[in-house]
Design a binder for this molecule. Structure first.
Ligand code: GAR
Length: 189
């Protein structure tokens, strides 16, 4: 069994979708969700889905090795599903090509610090983009710059709002993210 630990900072709808996708898998299991946000709705989802979830702070993530040590014991693969802190170098180096992020745009466009969630969709709308999409990529030390694994596109029309763009992007995320995670893990076998 390959064990996934998911990091999530907010609602956690992707985390829930991934947990459900692997619920009956004989090869891959989501063992734990970690969050930096006490208020995150992902905690309610984990309670409902009966998945262990823990809160951590900057000290245990960056300044000492609590989170790193936990991951080294508990995780084969780390999935970032709406996680908003940068991953420190010591964790990136301990998990080369084993940390997978989803970004709600077609990188390298609309990436970098501050570009997350609705900020991305508002910028796409303001720039009158004809298309947007999702990017699934490995994580390195810089925001949104690791090697791209998969992208999928959706069209944006003049009647779209940031909210409808978000909805279209979420649909792509739900459809593709678990499958791409599965492919990456099984390919590495
Ligand atoms: C998702 O759209 C994800 O792509 C995005 O946050 C949303 C989280 O939604 N991630 C980023 O913006 C990372 N830079 P969720 O909590 O409902 O899964």
């Amino acid at each position: 069994m390959k064990r996934i630990v998911i990091f999530a900072s907010g609602s956690g709808s992707n985390a829930e979708n991934i947990i459900k996708y692997f619920q009956n898998s004989e090869e891959i299991v989501v063992t734990h969700v970690l969050s930096n946000n006490e208020q995150a709705k992902v905690f309610d989802r984990c309670e409902r889905l009966n998945i262990d979830a823990s809160l951590f702070d900057k000290d245990s993530f960056i300044h000492d090795d609590t989170v790193l040590n936990f991951l080294q014991v508990e995780a084969d693969v780390i999935v970032l599903a709406g996680f908003l802190w940068k991953i420190p170098a010591k964790i990136v180096n301990a998990f080369p090509n084993k940390i997978i992020n989803i970004h709600p745009a077609l990188l390298p466009k609309y990436g970098g610090k501050g570009m997350y969630g609705m900020n991305v969709h508002k910028a796409v709308k303001e720039n009158n983009e004809a298309e947007t999409g999702i990017t699934i990529h490995y994580v390195n030390e810089n925001y949104d710059e690791g090697a791209i694994i998969f992208q999928a596109k959706t069209s944006v029309s003049s009647s779209d709002t940031p909210e409808t763009i978000a909805q279209k992007v979420h649909e792509l995320e739900y459809e593709h993210f678990p499958k791409v995670i599965e492919e990456v893990i099984l390919q590495h076998e």
